[in-house]
Design a protein around this ligand. Structure first.
Ligand code: NAI
Length: 362
Protein backbone atom coordinates (compact mmCIF):
# COMPACT_ATOMS: atom_id res chain seq x y z
CA UNK A 1 0.00 0.00 0.00
CA UNK A 2 1.20 3.49 -0.83
CA UNK A 3 1.45 5.68 2.24
CA UNK A 4 0.87 9.41 2.50
CA UNK A 5 4.60 10.25 2.72
CA UNK A 6 5.36 8.28 -0.46
CA UNK A 7 2.84 10.28 -2.42
CA UNK A 8 4.57 13.67 -1.89
CA UNK A 9 1.41 15.59 -2.64
CA UNK A 10 2.29 18.78 -0.80
CA UNK A 11 -0.47 18.37 1.81
CA UNK A 12 0.13 19.90 5.23
CA UNK A 13 -1.48 17.22 7.35
CA UNK A 14 -3.43 14.00 7.10
CA UNK A 15 -5.00 12.31 10.08
CA UNK A 16 -6.68 8.94 10.44
CA UNK A 17 -9.37 8.50 13.06
CA UNK A 18 -11.24 5.44 14.32
CA UNK A 19 -13.88 4.54 16.85
CA UNK A 20 -14.62 0.82 17.01
CA UNK A 21 -17.82 1.25 19.01
CA UNK A 22 -19.56 3.23 16.26
CA UNK A 23 -17.62 1.78 13.33
CA UNK A 24 -16.03 5.12 12.45
CA UNK A 25 -13.02 4.98 10.17
CA UNK A 26 -12.13 8.36 8.76
CA UNK A 27 -9.34 10.32 7.14
CA UNK A 28 -9.11 14.11 7.23
CA UNK A 29 -6.70 15.78 4.82
CA UNK A 30 -5.62 19.38 5.16
CA UNK A 31 -4.05 20.43 1.89
CA UNK A 32 -3.29 24.04 2.72
CA UNK A 33 -4.07 26.61 5.38
CA UNK A 34 -2.14 29.35 3.59
CA UNK A 35 -5.26 31.49 3.28
CA UNK A 36 -7.09 30.35 6.41
CA UNK A 37 -8.66 27.30 8.03
CA UNK A 38 -9.16 24.36 5.69
CA UNK A 39 -12.83 24.04 4.78
CA UNK A 40 -14.31 21.15 2.86
CA UNK A 41 -17.13 18.66 3.17
CA UNK A 42 -17.12 15.13 4.52
CA UNK A 43 -17.70 12.36 2.00
CA UNK A 44 -19.27 9.17 3.44
CA UNK A 45 -18.66 6.40 0.94
CA UNK A 46 -18.01 2.64 0.87
CA UNK A 47 -14.47 2.92 -0.49
CA UNK A 48 -13.02 -0.37 -1.71
CA UNK A 49 -9.86 0.14 0.34
CA UNK A 50 -8.12 2.52 2.71
CA UNK A 51 -5.82 3.46 -0.15
CA UNK A 52 -8.78 4.45 -2.36
CA UNK A 53 -10.13 6.61 0.48
CA UNK A 54 -6.74 8.24 0.97
CA UNK A 55 -6.36 8.98 -2.73
CA UNK A 56 -9.83 10.53 -2.82
CA UNK A 57 -9.39 12.72 0.25
CA UNK A 58 -6.01 13.97 -0.98
CA UNK A 59 -7.41 14.87 -4.40
CA UNK A 60 -10.57 16.46 -3.03
CA UNK A 61 -8.79 18.54 -0.37
CA UNK A 62 -6.34 19.95 -2.91
CA UNK A 63 -9.29 20.92 -5.10
CA UNK A 64 -10.84 22.74 -2.14
CA UNK A 65 -7.70 24.87 -1.70
CA UNK A 66 -7.94 26.04 -5.31
CA UNK A 67 -11.70 26.51 -5.11
CA UNK A 68 -11.52 28.72 -2.00
CA UNK A 69 -8.52 30.65 -3.34
CA UNK A 70 -10.19 31.38 -6.70
CA UNK A 71 -13.40 32.40 -4.91
CA UNK A 72 -11.45 35.05 -3.01
CA UNK A 73 -12.19 33.42 0.36
CA UNK A 74 -9.84 33.52 3.33
CA UNK A 75 -9.99 29.76 3.61
CA UNK A 76 -7.69 26.88 2.92
CA UNK A 77 -8.56 23.48 1.52
CA UNK A 78 -9.43 20.32 3.39
CA UNK A 79 -11.74 17.39 3.14
CA UNK A 80 -12.86 14.46 5.26
CA UNK A 81 -13.83 10.96 4.21
CA UNK A 82 -15.65 8.36 6.27
CA UNK A 83 -15.24 4.81 4.99
CA UNK A 84 -18.45 2.75 4.85
CA UNK A 85 -22.04 2.74 3.72
CA UNK A 86 -23.85 5.75 5.24
CA UNK A 87 -27.18 3.87 5.25
CA UNK A 88 -25.64 1.12 7.36
CA UNK A 89 -23.15 3.01 9.54
CA UNK A 90 -24.46 6.58 9.79
CA UNK A 91 -25.49 7.11 13.43
CA UNK A 92 -25.46 9.82 16.05
CA UNK A 93 -22.60 7.98 17.80
CA UNK A 94 -20.48 7.83 14.65
CA UNK A 95 -20.97 11.49 13.73
CA UNK A 96 -20.31 12.63 17.30
CA UNK A 97 -17.08 10.61 17.41
CA UNK A 98 -16.14 12.19 14.08
CA UNK A 99 -17.00 15.62 15.53
CA UNK A 100 -14.56 15.02 18.38
CA UNK A 101 -11.79 14.18 15.92
CA UNK A 102 -12.53 17.44 14.07
CA UNK A 103 -12.50 19.35 17.37
CA UNK A 104 -9.04 17.95 18.13
CA UNK A 105 -7.78 19.88 15.10
CA UNK A 106 -8.77 23.08 16.89
CA UNK A 107 -10.23 24.88 13.88
CA UNK A 108 -7.59 23.92 11.31
CA UNK A 109 -10.31 21.90 9.54
CA UNK A 110 -13.96 22.93 9.14
CA UNK A 111 -16.42 20.43 7.76
CA UNK A 112 -19.64 20.59 5.69
CA UNK A 113 -21.88 18.20 3.73
CA UNK A 114 -20.66 16.26 0.72
CA UNK A 115 -21.69 13.04 -1.03
CA UNK A 116 -23.29 10.79 1.60
CA UNK A 117 -23.58 13.39 4.39
CA UNK A 118 -26.59 15.57 5.08
CA UNK A 119 -27.55 18.63 7.18
CA UNK A 120 -28.92 16.38 9.98
CA UNK A 121 -25.50 14.68 10.23
CA UNK A 122 -23.89 18.10 10.68
CA UNK A 123 -26.10 18.73 13.70
CA UNK A 124 -24.66 15.60 15.37
CA UNK A 125 -21.11 16.67 14.49
CA UNK A 126 -21.81 20.20 15.75
CA UNK A 127 -22.64 18.86 19.21
CA UNK A 128 -18.97 17.98 19.58
CA UNK A 129 -17.23 20.73 17.64
CA UNK A 130 -17.68 24.36 16.62
CA UNK A 131 -16.05 23.54 13.31
CA UNK A 132 -19.06 22.26 11.38
CA UNK A 133 -21.13 24.12 8.78
CA UNK A 134 -24.00 23.09 6.52
CA UNK A 135 -26.54 22.24 9.21
CA UNK A 136 -30.27 22.62 8.54
CA UNK A 137 -31.52 26.15 7.84
CA UNK A 138 -33.98 25.98 10.77
CA UNK A 139 -31.00 25.51 13.10
CA UNK A 140 -29.07 28.47 11.72
CA UNK A 141 -27.43 26.70 8.79
CA UNK A 142 -27.16 28.37 5.40
CA UNK A 143 -29.70 26.08 3.70
CA UNK A 144 -29.49 24.48 0.26
CA UNK A 145 -26.16 25.50 -1.23
CA UNK A 146 -27.42 24.43 -4.65
CA UNK A 147 -29.17 27.79 -4.99
CA UNK A 148 -25.99 29.85 -5.25
CA UNK A 149 -24.00 27.06 -6.88
CA UNK A 150 -26.49 27.30 -9.74
CA UNK A 151 -26.24 31.10 -9.76
CA UNK A 152 -22.45 30.77 -10.04
CA UNK A 153 -22.83 28.38 -12.97
CA UNK A 154 -25.12 30.88 -14.68
CA UNK A 155 -22.78 33.87 -14.25
CA UNK A 156 -19.94 31.54 -15.30
CA UNK A 157 -21.83 30.86 -18.53
CA UNK A 158 -22.19 34.58 -19.09
CA UNK A 159 -18.40 34.98 -18.74
CA UNK A 160 -17.87 32.02 -21.08
CA UNK A 161 -20.27 33.56 -23.61
CA UNK A 162 -18.44 36.88 -23.37
CA UNK A 163 -15.14 35.19 -24.15
CA UNK A 164 -16.59 33.17 -27.01
CA UNK A 165 -18.96 35.63 -28.62
CA UNK A 166 -18.17 39.05 -27.14
CA UNK A 167 -21.46 39.35 -25.22
CA UNK A 168 -22.85 37.82 -22.03
CA UNK A 169 -26.33 37.67 -23.56
CA UNK A 170 -27.50 34.07 -23.51
CA UNK A 171 -30.83 34.70 -25.22
CA UNK A 172 -31.22 32.51 -28.27
CA UNK A 173 -28.25 30.37 -27.23
CA UNK A 174 -28.66 26.61 -26.97
CA UNK A 175 -27.28 24.89 -23.86
CA UNK A 176 -27.15 21.13 -23.16
CA UNK A 177 -27.76 20.59 -19.44
CA UNK A 178 -26.73 17.24 -17.95
CA UNK A 179 -28.31 16.55 -14.55
CA UNK A 180 -31.37 18.31 -13.10
CA UNK A 181 -30.82 17.99 -9.37
CA UNK A 182 -30.34 20.77 -6.84
CA UNK A 183 -27.90 22.57 -9.12
CA UNK A 184 -28.88 21.57 -12.67
CA UNK A 185 -32.61 22.25 -12.23
CA UNK A 186 -31.86 25.83 -11.17
CA UNK A 187 -29.28 26.31 -13.91
CA UNK A 188 -32.03 25.31 -16.35
CA UNK A 189 -34.39 27.87 -14.80
CA UNK A 190 -31.83 30.69 -15.05
CA UNK A 191 -31.15 29.81 -18.68
CA UNK A 192 -34.83 29.80 -19.61
CA UNK A 193 -35.31 33.15 -17.85
CA UNK A 194 -32.41 34.52 -19.90
CA UNK A 195 -34.14 33.39 -23.09
CA UNK A 196 -31.88 30.44 -23.87
CA UNK A 197 -33.03 27.15 -25.38
CA UNK A 198 -32.03 24.04 -23.47
CA UNK A 199 -31.67 20.33 -24.06
CA UNK A 200 -31.80 18.36 -20.82
CA UNK A 201 -31.11 14.84 -19.59
CA UNK A 202 -31.29 13.11 -16.22
CA UNK A 203 -31.48 9.47 -15.17
CA UNK A 204 -34.30 10.50 -12.83
CA UNK A 205 -37.49 10.78 -14.90
CA UNK A 206 -39.24 12.86 -12.18
CA UNK A 207 -36.44 15.43 -12.32
CA UNK A 208 -36.84 15.60 -16.11
CA UNK A 209 -40.62 15.93 -15.88
CA UNK A 210 -40.31 18.98 -13.59
CA UNK A 211 -38.32 20.89 -16.20
CA UNK A 212 -39.70 19.42 -19.43
CA UNK A 213 -43.03 21.25 -19.32
CA UNK A 214 -41.46 24.69 -19.81
CA UNK A 215 -41.15 26.32 -23.22
CA UNK A 216 -37.75 26.05 -24.86
CA UNK A 217 -36.88 22.66 -23.36
CA UNK A 218 -36.00 19.53 -25.36
CA UNK A 219 -35.51 16.26 -23.51
CA UNK A 220 -32.79 13.95 -24.75
CA UNK A 221 -31.45 10.60 -23.50
CA UNK A 222 -28.68 10.43 -20.90
CA UNK A 223 -26.45 8.77 -23.49
CA UNK A 224 -27.08 11.54 -26.02
CA UNK A 225 -26.68 14.71 -23.95
CA UNK A 226 -22.90 14.89 -24.39
CA UNK A 227 -23.24 14.77 -28.15
CA UNK A 228 -25.98 17.37 -28.58
CA UNK A 229 -24.98 20.10 -31.02
CA UNK A 230 -25.27 23.26 -28.92
CA UNK A 231 -23.47 26.45 -27.96
CA UNK A 232 -22.57 25.27 -24.47
CA UNK A 233 -22.56 22.06 -22.42
CA UNK A 234 -23.34 22.28 -18.72
CA UNK A 235 -22.43 19.15 -16.73
CA UNK A 236 -24.32 19.16 -13.42
CA UNK A 237 -24.39 15.48 -12.52
CA UNK A 238 -21.37 13.34 -11.84
CA UNK A 239 -17.60 13.76 -12.27
CA UNK A 240 -15.26 12.37 -14.95
CA UNK A 241 -17.61 13.46 -17.70
CA UNK A 242 -14.91 15.05 -19.86
CA UNK A 243 -12.49 12.30 -20.80
CA UNK A 244 -10.72 10.63 -23.72
CA UNK A 245 -13.91 8.78 -24.63
CA UNK A 246 -16.34 11.74 -24.50
CA UNK A 247 -14.27 14.73 -25.66
CA UNK A 248 -14.02 13.66 -29.33
CA UNK A 249 -17.85 13.52 -29.52
CA UNK A 250 -18.58 16.96 -28.03
CA UNK A 251 -20.30 19.40 -30.39
CA UNK A 252 -20.23 22.62 -28.34
CA UNK A 253 -18.09 25.77 -28.22
CA UNK A 254 -17.74 25.79 -24.44
CA UNK A 255 -18.29 23.79 -21.25
CA UNK A 256 -19.51 25.39 -18.02
CA UNK A 257 -21.21 23.39 -15.30
CA UNK A 258 -21.42 22.78 -11.58
CA UNK A 259 -20.33 19.13 -11.35
CA UNK A 260 -17.16 18.50 -9.37
CA UNK A 261 -14.14 16.88 -11.01
CA UNK A 262 -15.45 17.05 -14.56
CA UNK A 263 -12.08 16.23 -16.12
CA UNK A 264 -10.96 12.60 -16.18
CA UNK A 265 -7.44 13.92 -15.71
CA UNK A 266 -5.31 16.95 -16.52
CA UNK A 267 -4.63 15.83 -20.08
CA UNK A 268 -8.34 16.24 -20.79
CA UNK A 269 -8.05 20.01 -20.26
CA UNK A 270 -5.37 20.01 -22.96
CA UNK A 271 -7.55 17.85 -25.21
CA UNK A 272 -10.45 20.32 -24.86
CA UNK A 273 -8.15 23.21 -25.74
CA UNK A 274 -6.85 21.34 -28.77
CA UNK A 275 -10.43 20.79 -29.93
CA UNK A 276 -11.06 24.54 -29.56
CA UNK A 277 -13.62 24.02 -26.77
CA UNK A 278 -13.48 26.66 -24.02
CA UNK A 279 -13.58 24.89 -20.65
CA UNK A 280 -14.63 26.88 -17.58
CA UNK A 281 -12.79 25.08 -14.72
CA UNK A 282 -15.33 23.38 -12.45
CA UNK A 283 -13.95 24.55 -9.13
CA UNK A 284 -14.02 28.17 -10.26
CA UNK A 285 -17.58 27.83 -11.55
CA UNK A 286 -19.12 25.86 -8.66
CA UNK A 287 -17.76 27.91 -5.74
CA UNK A 288 -21.25 29.19 -4.84
CA UNK A 289 -21.62 26.22 -2.48
CA UNK A 290 -18.47 26.88 -0.47
CA UNK A 291 -19.24 30.61 -0.48
CA UNK A 292 -22.64 29.79 1.04
CA UNK A 293 -21.50 27.45 3.82
CA UNK A 294 -18.40 29.43 4.74
CA UNK A 295 -20.57 32.49 5.33
CA UNK A 296 -21.94 30.70 8.41
CA UNK A 297 -18.56 31.54 9.98
CA UNK A 298 -19.14 35.29 9.52
CA UNK A 299 -19.38 37.04 12.91
CA UNK A 300 -22.89 38.30 12.01
CA UNK A 301 -24.06 34.93 10.73
CA UNK A 302 -25.00 33.86 7.23
CA UNK A 303 -26.29 36.49 4.80
CA UNK A 304 -27.70 35.39 1.46
CA UNK A 305 -27.22 38.71 -0.34
CA UNK A 306 -23.56 38.91 0.67
CA UNK A 307 -23.08 35.37 -0.64
CA UNK A 308 -24.87 36.16 -3.88
CA UNK A 309 -22.63 39.19 -4.44
CA UNK A 310 -19.49 37.09 -3.82
CA UNK A 311 -20.81 34.36 -6.13
CA UNK A 312 -21.44 36.96 -8.83
CA UNK A 313 -17.69 37.65 -8.91
CA UNK A 314 -17.13 34.17 -10.36
CA UNK A 315 -17.60 35.80 -13.77
CA UNK A 316 -14.64 38.15 -13.13
CA UNK A 317 -12.44 35.28 -11.97
CA UNK A 318 -13.32 33.26 -15.04
CA UNK A 319 -12.56 36.22 -17.30
CA UNK A 320 -9.14 36.42 -15.61
CA UNK A 321 -8.58 32.67 -16.06
CA UNK A 322 -9.50 32.84 -19.76
CA UNK A 323 -7.20 35.83 -20.26
CA UNK A 324 -4.24 34.07 -18.58
CA UNK A 325 -4.86 30.90 -20.61
CA UNK A 326 -4.77 32.93 -23.83
CA UNK A 327 -1.75 35.01 -22.80
CA UNK A 328 0.31 32.01 -21.71
CA UNK A 329 -0.95 29.60 -24.37
CA UNK A 330 -2.06 27.08 -21.75
CA UNK A 331 -5.28 25.23 -20.99
CA UNK A 332 -7.79 26.90 -18.66
CA UNK A 333 -7.23 24.36 -15.85
CA UNK A 334 -3.54 25.30 -15.74
CA UNK A 335 -4.51 28.98 -15.78
CA UNK A 336 -6.99 28.64 -12.89
CA UNK A 337 -4.44 26.74 -10.83
CA UNK A 338 -1.99 29.61 -11.30
CA UNK A 339 -4.65 32.11 -10.13
CA UNK A 340 -5.26 29.95 -7.05
CA UNK A 341 -1.58 29.41 -6.31
CA UNK A 342 -0.73 33.07 -6.52
CA UNK A 343 -3.43 33.90 -3.93
CA UNK A 344 -2.16 31.06 -1.71
CA UNK A 345 1.38 32.45 -1.97
CA UNK A 346 0.04 35.84 -0.97
CA UNK A 347 -1.54 34.22 2.11
CA UNK A 348 1.75 32.59 3.07
CA UNK A 349 3.62 35.85 2.53
CA UNK A 350 1.19 37.85 4.69
CA UNK A 351 2.02 35.62 7.67
CA UNK A 352 5.48 37.16 7.57
CA UNK A 353 3.96 40.29 9.12
CA UNK A 354 3.83 39.34 12.77
CA UNK A 355 0.69 40.56 14.54
CA UNK A 356 1.32 40.26 18.28
CA UNK A 357 -2.29 40.21 19.42
CA UNK A 358 -3.47 37.56 16.95
CA UNK A 359 -3.84 33.91 17.87
CA UNK A 360 -0.61 31.96 17.78
CA UNK A 361 -1.95 29.73 15.03
CA UNK A 362 -2.69 32.65 12.67
P1 NAI B 1 -28.07 16.15 -6.93
O1 NAI B 1 -27.83 14.79 -6.41
O2 NAI B 1 -29.16 16.98 -6.35
O3 NAI B 1 -28.32 16.12 -8.52
C1 NAI B 1 -27.59 15.34 -9.39
C2 NAI B 1 -28.53 14.95 -10.52
O4 NAI B 1 -27.78 14.28 -11.53
C3 NAI B 1 -29.64 14.00 -10.07
O5 NAI B 1 -30.91 14.50 -10.49
C4 NAI B 1 -29.28 12.70 -10.74
O6 NAI B 1 -30.42 11.91 -11.07
C5 NAI B 1 -28.55 13.18 -11.98
N1 NAI B 1 -27.68 12.20 -12.61
C6 NAI B 1 -26.91 11.26 -12.04
N2 NAI B 1 -26.27 10.55 -12.98
C7 NAI B 1 -26.63 11.06 -14.16
C8 NAI B 1 -26.31 10.75 -15.51
N3 NAI B 1 -25.48 9.76 -15.82
N4 NAI B 1 -26.85 11.50 -16.48
C9 NAI B 1 -27.71 12.50 -16.20
N5 NAI B 1 -28.07 12.82 -14.95
C10 NAI B 1 -27.54 12.10 -13.94
O7 NAI B 1 -26.67 16.90 -6.80
P2 NAI B 1 -26.38 18.45 -6.91
O8 NAI B 1 -26.30 19.03 -5.57
O9 NAI B 1 -27.28 19.06 -7.93
O10 NAI B 1 -24.89 18.44 -7.47
C11 NAI B 1 -24.62 18.23 -8.86
C12 NAI B 1 -23.13 18.29 -9.08
O11 NAI B 1 -22.65 19.56 -8.64
C13 NAI B 1 -22.33 17.25 -8.31
O12 NAI B 1 -21.21 16.88 -9.08
C14 NAI B 1 -21.87 18.01 -7.07
O13 NAI B 1 -20.68 17.45 -6.53
C15 NAI B 1 -21.61 19.38 -7.66
N6 NAI B 1 -21.67 20.45 -6.70
C16 NAI B 1 -22.80 20.70 -5.98
C17 NAI B 1 -22.82 21.74 -5.07
C18 NAI B 1 -24.05 22.07 -4.29
O14 NAI B 1 -24.03 23.10 -3.61
N7 NAI B 1 -25.11 21.30 -4.36
C19 NAI B 1 -21.63 22.59 -4.83
C20 NAI B 1 -20.50 22.29 -5.69
C21 NAI B 1 -20.54 21.24 -6.57
Amino acid sequence: MTGFFDLRTGHEQVIHGADDASGLRCIIAIHSTALGPALGGTRFFPYSSEEAALQDVLRLSEGMSYKAACAGLDLGGGKGVIIGDPAELGSEALFRAYGRIIESLNGRYITACDVGTFPRDMTHIARETRWATGGPAELGGSGDSGVLTAWGVFVGMQATATKLWGSDDLSGRHVAVQGLGKVGRRVAEHLLEAGARISVADVDTDAVAQVAASRGVSVVGVDEILEVEADLLSPNAMGNVLNARTIPGLRVAGVCGGANNQLGDRSDAVALRERGILYAPDYVVNAGGVITVSDELHPDGHNFERCKAKTGRISDTLAQVFAIAERDGVDTETASESVARSRMEMGTHLRAFHLPDRQRND
